[in-house]
Design a protein around this ligand. Sequence first.
Ligand SMILES: C[S@@+](CC[C@H](N)C(=O)[O-])C[C@H]1O[C@@H](n2cnc3c(N)ncnc32)[C@H](O)[C@@H]1O
Length: 266
Amino acid sequence: MWNGKSTAEKYDKYAAEYPMYKETNKFLVELAKINKGMTVLDLACGTGLTTPEILKKLGNSGKVISIDSSKYMLDIAKGKIKQENVSFVLSPAENVNELVKGKIGLVLCNSAFWQTDMPKTLQAIHSILKQEGKFVFNFPDQFFQSKDNPKSKYLRKVMAEVANEYGHESYLDAVIPKTFKLWTYESIKKLLESNSFKLTDYKEFILKRTAEDIKEHLGTLGVMAIVFPNLTDEERAKILDKTINRLDESNLPDTTWACFVAEKII
Ligand SMILES: C[S@@+](CC[C@H](N)C(=O)[O-])C[C@H]1O[C@@H](n2cnc3c(N)ncnc32)[C@H](O)[C@@H]1O
């Protein structure tokens, strides 16, 4: 999905113009409690939004290793970030231990962990973390059943409106099949424990969305292309416009992000 030049450019533009990735990165970096001098791995660094937030905490001290499996995303990040204490690595998260040598104090992953093979990624991270090193990551409510805000379901709510508008339930199922089992606080805790991590902190972050943001986001992520594969971009944009315009601005779904801090145990 991320391995194309135009997707990388669209993502970077959306991330710069709308609050989603800026805000989730800030929240996650605060939660990670970064100390000066640390070596931090920015896992799935994308077009380089997370690394500058980490650098704000590190200054010139310490190091950041920014990795991503998409050459196009990484190229944009490299073009933006020139600090000498940052290095870039093209690698799948699942194999990061093959290319990253030396022990890492913190692995931070904004908005990507669920896109990887999670047990494999945890094993790879475990082998490069220092003793008591931390892994900090998050999930949006498309994939995670919020613990503190049980009604939160951004994508399902918007797609239900699309289905409502076009009278066809499969629009909803095309994005998230009914059979998809959302991750929960308990299932993530269990996954961490079975890969020798213990959960040490958990917080939810609620992001307010505007109609413009939702339209741009679903366009950028290609969600409408999944739902309406046979339509043109223009036709899809019209459908989304019509649907979102029917939603009352004061009643647009928020997105809840569940944020985890896990510590390596031996
Ligand atoms: C939503 S973007 C997030 C990027 C960045 N962390 C940010 O906050 O802007 C998801 C990123 O995860 C990367 N990604 C997805 N699966 C991956 C994998 N298995 N290994 C490494 N990177 C992966 C994609 O290439 C993409 O850059």
